[in-house]
Structures are given as C-alpha cells and as structure tokens.
Design a protein around this ligand. Structure first.
Ligand SMILES: [Zn+2]
Length: 324
C-alpha cells in the first residue's frame, strides 16, 4: 500500500510477516531526479517485492535511488546490502552502520548466545537462530556514509538535518526539516505501540540515553512526525510524555517484582505485563522472549545504575534485587 502522505513524500507499507509489528512504513522522498528511500523492510521476499513494486509504481529506476537507514534493526536495514550491491548509496548513523556490518558475522551471534545465559533465557531453551535480527539482517557488509548530528541531506524541496536520537538503538538517527517542521523519526516515538528499549551492552545506560533523546525531540519545533510503524504523530510532546510515563510505570512494576529476593532477567520479564495476544510466558514465541527480556534488562540496569536496585552474578546469570 502506498500513498502520498506529505508533499512529494510517499508512505509505502512494507509487510512484516509473522511479526507483531505487522508492517514498516518506508518513506520515498521524491526529488527532481533522485529518490531518497527511508528504511527497507526485512531481508525477505515479501519485503523486496513491496519495495520494488512501489519503485515501479512511481517509475523510479534503481540508479536514481539513495537509501537512508534510520537504525540497524533488520526491519529497517534488511535489504540494504542487496540495494548497495546494485549501486545504491547508503546513508546511516556511524554507530549503527558499523553494527549492521558486525551483525553479518556469525561470531556476533555466537557472542549473542552468551546473553541468553546472562539473561537466564537458557531456561526456555532459546538460541539466536530464532532471533529476527539474525534471520532477516543483511548477510554481507554494506558500504555506507556514516552520518552525524547536523549533517545535511538535500532532496527535492527538502533540506533535511540529521538528528542523533540514540536509545531505541545505540546509533539511531532521524531526519528533521526545520522549514516544514517535519521529523522522519524511525522507531524513536511510535503510536499507539511503544518502541522496544533493549539492553545493548554495559557501555550504555540505554534507558537513560533514550530519556535524553525523548527530551531533545520534545523541545524541537515539530508539526508532523512520520514514524516507521503505525500512526502519524501530530502532537509529539503529548506522545513523548505518554512514553516517558510508560517507562516510569515499567520501572515501578519491576521494583515490585524484585522487592523480596534476587530475580533473574528472564524471571522479571516473565512476571511483567505485556500487551501480546498470548498471555502466558510459556506461550510467548521465542523472539518475544528475547525482546521482553532485553527490555526488562534495560530497565533493571537503569534501576541498578541509579541506586534503586542491587545486582549480582549467580554463575554467569545476572540477578537483581531492590535496594533495602
Ligand atoms: Zn527498530
């Protein structure tokens, strides 16, 4: 499905089969000769078809396409390597661009398996083979222009500025057009769903990083937000307050779960309330167990780093307990 959602900007809905996100909104920004495509969908046949059908419908030859990737997730970057091989130039954030290339290596995912132990997910017999990040990511490295805050991308009537908004991923970026008060925001703020804030490594207090990016975007002059999933957002300040409130509630919910005793990350996640069609943890599909545990961990680390929880190691598994 494709529609012109804003002047010379087409929203192309790319299906994400068997995924609770259902679809990704890709944006095609039309210039005089060129077309800037924002995000691609998974490295999967149905996504490839939707993307190429939309290019056909708009009569855009591949040699006129440039690709902007908001962040590393495979539903945004999946087809980047294939497009790159066909000569498409790629623009993405420095950190996420490098991570996309790391994720093409089996060794990255073997390391990832250690996280299953750290999070206690071995209890559920999970391995990385079920992770959509692994299944649908680019399989060969990309050549990319690594963008930073303040870099500019001109396309047609638009003069976009690159905005750093880490949190959902460590190197998430967005495109801001100050004259049109327009933000192409990736997964930074979504409505009505909430972006997954996952653990990415001990070098980031990622929930705190996300909160800072929310504050940054809240202070910006924006009339319309074009997000990568679900609804367009016209009151970004209100939505950001709701998202901030959601995470504060999550932190409180987790504090209750760890108030009595040491609890592993997987056990915290399994006791939290999730808005999924299945309610019992044992019925969660494996990828949802990963996402839920990684989300629980970003919150547990936030509590730990702000002195609200203690952390210890039980073998190779981490456990947390509310500070007495
Ligand atoms: Zn994402």
């Amino acid at each position: 499905m494709m529609k012109e959602i804003y002047k010379d900007i087409y929203q192309v809905e790319i299906p994400l089969l068997n995924n609770p996100l259902k679809a990704i909104n890709s944006y095609f920004i039309i210039g005089e000769e060129e077309c800037l495509v924002v995000d691609t969908g998974f490295n999967a046949p149905e996504c490839r078809k939707a993307l190429f059908d939309a290019l056909d419908e708009l009569d855009i030859p591949l040699e006129n396409v440039k690709l902007f990737v908001t962040h590393l997730h495979s539903d945004h970057s999946g087809l980047a390597a294939e497009l790159n091989k066909s000569g498409v130039e790629i623009f993405t954030g420095k950190i996420d661009g490098e991570m996309i290339n790391e994720m093409t290596k089996e060794s990255y995912w073997e390391d990832f398996q250690k996280r299953a132990v750290m999070m206690d997910l071995v209890k559920d017999g999970i391995d990385f083979g079920h992770h959509p990040g692994y299944k649908y990511c680019p399989k060969t490295e990309i050549q990319f222009h690594g963008l930073e805050e303040g870099d500019e991308i001109k396309i047609g009537k638009y003069n976009f500025k690159v905005i750093d908004i880490p949190g959902h991923t460590p190197g998430h970026i967005a495109l801001y057009e100050p004259d049109y008060k327009l933000l192409i925001s990736g997964d930074h703020i979504l409505d009505p769903i909430t972006p997954n804030i996952a653990f990415w490594g001990f070098e980031w207090n990622i929930l705190d990083v996300y909160f800072k990016s929310l504050e940054k975007v809240k202070s910006m002059d924006i009339d319309i937000v074009l997000p990568s999933h679900r609804k367009i957002i016209t009151n970004h300040k209100k939505r950001i307050e709701e998202l901030r409130g959601h995470h504060e509630e999550r932190l409180e919910e987790i504090e209750v779960i760890i108030s009595e005793d040491w609890v592993s990350i997987r056990d915290v996640a399994s006791r939290m309330i999730w808005s999924l069609s299945v309610k019992k943890w044992t019925d969660f599909p494996d990828p949802q167990k990963w996402f839920a545990s990684a989300e629980a961990m970003s919150h547990l680390e936030y509590l730990y780093l702000s002195g609200r929880a203690d952390r210890h190691e039980n073998g190779d598994t981490l456990e947390y307990r509310k500070c007495k």
